[in-house]
Write a protein that binds this ligand. Structure first.
Ligand code: ADP
Ligand code: MG
Length: 222
């Protein structure tokens, strides 16, 4: 079961196809990857190349047709659904383009409730992310940058093995984009976090330690 547990992430021969016959889409097509702890990896590639599908598989949000994903040496798809969900909650921090906040919960609740956390840590993370003064605010009273900071706080608060981000600055103006990026970069640097981020943006990709290009469901240049 343990395969190179020095690597935070190992992906082997991963396959995910949608549809059948001539309508079949090879979203992830026999992809291998290895990612080191404490690094910022950017995943780039044109729209429809399979980036989001790959990220969802890496995070155990979906199961592949073939292949394996090891996180900290654990074969995640060997886990049954409820154990995989638990693993995901503890080990993966997700950040999405559209923030995925629950509108009826305030900032604090958005961070604490989905994770079933006790309240330790949360204050500290809110301070670090710069939204401590917004902890009672409802999402619709926040700017885009504040919403994404809330999502970043939620992703960080469990000290996950990896943060997986899908175009996290795609809905932000360019100034806010820079602020959110420098925040994420400092999480990698100061907290030793591992960040895997999909981006369209060449400038953001250049901020990474390593770039992986996805082309027709395959990883190239890595
Ligand atoms: P990217 O994030 O690089 O834009 P995606 O991973 O979203 O690419 O999609 C890769 C391909 O798989 C696309 O052709 C997309 O239409 C298809 N696809 C993604 N999700 C589904 C799905 N749930 N059902 C059918 N096709 C899908
Ligand atoms: Mg996508």
């Amino acid at each position: 079961m343990n395969r190179d547990s020095s690597k935070i992430l190992v992906v082997e021969n991963l396959v995910k196809y949608y549809g059948e016959g001539e309508n079949q889409v090879r979203a992830v097509d026999h992809t291998d990857l290895e990612i080191e702890r404490g690094k910022f990896t950017a995943i780039v590639g044109r729209s429809g190349s399979g980036k989001s599908t790959l990220l969802h598989l890496i995070g155990g949000l979906d199961r592949p047709d073939e292949g394996k994903v090891w996180i900290e040496g654990k074969d995640i798809f060997a886990l049954k659904d409820d154990r995989l969900a638990e693993f995901r909650r503890k080990k993966i921090g997700f950040i999405f383009q559209d923030f995925n906040l629950i509108p009826s919960l305030n900032v604090w609740e958005n961070i604490v409730l989905p994770l079933g956390l006790d309240n330790r840590n949360v204050e500290e993370v809110l301070e670090k992310i710069g939204i401590a003064d917004k902890k009672d605010a409802m999402p619709n009273a926040l700017s885009g940058g504040q919403k994404q900071r809330t999502a970043i706080a939620r992703a960080l608060v469990t000290s996950p093995a990896m943060i997986l981000a899908d175009e996290p600055t795609g809905n932000l103006d360019s100034q806010t984009e820079l602020e959110v990026m420098s925040l994420l970069k400092s999480c990698v640097k100061d907290m030793g976090q591992t960040l895997v981020m999909i981006t369209h943006d060449e400038m953001i990709a250049q901020m990474s330690d390593r770039m992986i290009e996805i082309e027709d469901g395959k990883a190239v240049n890595c």
